[in-house]
Design a protein around this ligand. Sequence first.
Ligand code: ZN
Length: 457
Amino acid sequence: MSTLIRDGTVVTGDGSGVITSGAVVIRDGRIVEVAERWSPETDFEGETIDASGCLVMPGLINCHTHGVTPGALFPSAAAALPEEKWMGNLDRHLLAGTTTVLNLCGFASMEDVRVADRRHAVHVRGATTHLPECLVAASMADGGGLTPQVRGLTVERMLEDGAIAIGELGGGQTLGGGGQDLVYIPAAIEKLTGVRISISQSRRIKEAVLGRFIDVEAFDQAELTAAAQDAGLSGRITIEALKTLVAECVLPSFVPAINGIREGVIESARFGVPAIVHSASATSKVLRELMTETHGNGMQVIAAHANHPSHTPSEARELAALGRDYGWAAEASVFDLLHRKHTVTTREHWDLLLSSPNLVSVLGTDYGRDGEHDELISAVQDVMSRGHRTLAGAIAMATSAVAALIPGIAPNSGTLEAGRMGDVVVTNSEDFRDVRFVFVDGVCVVRDGHLTSEAHR
Ligand SMILES: [Zn+2]
């Protein structure tokens, strides 16, 4: 099976290559030619796609996803998603030009990852957090997806079985962050009072009890009273009971989750695989400690969502700059800050980090509310159109830079060149979210913006 994609602007993914009116030929699953132009007289045996007005780029590689396998969900090992949901999440990635994802729900098994990888055209890769303290933190925060089989797994077994990274170490659910604000605190309050509060009301209540850095010393009675009133809880629950409820939601998993970050980073050096750590105000202390303690041991640590909104913008930049000085890499997550704006309503952190030279090396999505994150490809467009990177540089942050940072995620993808896997995206050059065609291993899985029958297996 052969495909010629011609007359589009070919962005090779290496960070500099751009060919106006170029051509890409895919045959038998591989890219066999990337040409400066395709002469109209040249015969081609196979399908020809006219990509004029479009960009042609490597399939995107998303190193920060959740909910893309039938395994335990999030660092809190919550109950697995139903099949239509995790398959639907993969559909959304694929329709937006992502052809490889790294599942950062570190309690999924490699069997879970292989099931997803087999069933869906997207290449699904696995990471692990099967470590004692991480397991305690997950059990305390949720643990609804922990089966006896998962409890018996180890990082060593997972890596032997094909996992490529240790992560996500820590998370909003186990560290009193967004996952608590969004899910666990509102659920506990609703159970006790019958009142459903919003994510911002939940965050305000939590910060009145524990501050931004999760510290019992930060308790502010007057602010909690005001926050409770604002959330419609006056008369439904006493301030003392509300304080206890928040502390009981957040604190049990907090210390083990911090310890889990520590043990994961140390293990990553032992096994020579990258560690991916949850960067947020709650973890900034332990991350700073680890930067100095483990400096020079040769491991690659990646700070996930270095632009996390629990940091102030300047805290985020300072932590990322310190990390850079210690050889850590930073990933910026788009969350839903560009379009949907359910969970992140500011782009201040995003712009500040991305406009600082060499602070962020790769882009990801994270999960957003119920999986409704903005598309990785729109993050790429935003980074370019805001002038943070060139077109070629922005695309590299979701292709070759990811492949280079995490060996094993996409060993033979991430650039358009002869011999590489046939993972190729054709998208509208004005609006990158308008993805027209996607090829995975040379097979057309998105055609005219719709999934083909080859997308599911
Ligand atoms: Zn995270």
